[in-house]
Design a protein around this ligand. Structure first.
Ligand code: G3H
Length: 249
């Protein structure tokens, strides 16, 4: 089954009202391949979700950057999956390495979050990836397989999941993975899906790359057989995000 190219823009904890409007104007005026060719999802901080949803062109979608692990209630500071659904937000990013590292989100907790978000009807960009130390010790595949397994253990349907391979050493560092490095892990992950989940899921699940993707390096990465798109951080705040979307063709 053909996998539609996917480009996500993770704005992280950035932006003012004015900056958000400026980014949206740039995106709305951009000429990009049609939504039959590329799926574009931007992920502003929670507080800007309604604004972005109301202003953004209709062929692009919106994602939250996190949601609570279970039904909402007495969980101060959290935002529930139900709330996102109520606001008409279709996507959520879960398991980002910044949350795994800074907020101690374990593989199991991320798996629970993914399962709950899916159960409420959200689509999930699920992030996995190894640290530099793990890569240098040769455990990259074991680490990403364990992260993928924690998700696979909790869900039965992969239709609404995009898997984002984001090596921690490449995030925000300017040290992008080489196309060969990205392809190697993506191909291994697809094999892992085939062996542990099923052939259909392996061939249909989009595996996107994140970590210092920019307008200059996206095209070469996009040329790899198992790179089905990108999750972009810093460059998603800049006009070059449009070039990254165009790398779909
Ligand atoms: O979610 C996005 C990734 O953390 C990549 O961030 O493009 O700034 O390296 P970056």
């Amino acid at each position: 089954m053909a996998r539609k190219f996917f480009v996500g823009g993770n704005w992280k904890c950035n932006g003012t009202n004015e900056e958000v409007k400026k980014i949206i104007t740039t995106l709305n005026e951009a000429e990009v391949p049609s939504e039959d060719v590329v799926e574009v999802v931007v992920s502003p901080p929670f507080v800007f979700l309604p604004l972005v949803k109301s202003l953004l062109r209709s062929d692009f979608n919106v994602a939250a950057q996190n949601c609570w692990v279970r039904k909402g209630g007495a969980f101060t500071g959290e935002v529930s999956a139900e709330m996102l659904v109520n606001l008409g937000i279709p996507w959520v990013i879960l398991g980002h390495s910044e949350r795994r590292a800074l907020l101690n989100e374990s593989n199991e907790f991320v798996g629970d979050k993914v399962a709950y978000a899916l159960s409420q009807g959200l689509k999930v960009i699920a992030c996995i990836g190894e640290t530099l130390e793990q890569r240098e010790s040769g455990s990259t595949m074991a680490v990403v397989a364990a992260q993928a397994k924690a998700i696979a253990d909790k869900i039965t349907n992969w239709d609404n999941i995009v898997l984002a391979y984001e090596p921690v050493w490449a995030i925000g560092t300017g040290k992008v993975a080489t196309p060969a490095q990205a392809q190697e892990v993506h191909a291994e992950l697809r094999k892992w899906l085939r062996d542990n989940v099923g052939a259909d899921v392996a061939s249909s699940t989009r595996i996107i790359y994140g970590g210092s993707v920019n307008g200059a390096n996206c095209k070469e990465l996009a040329g790899e057989a198992d790179v089905d798109g990108f999750l972009v951080g810093g460059a998603s705040l800049k006009p070059e995000f449009v070039d990254i979307i165009k790398s779909a063709t």
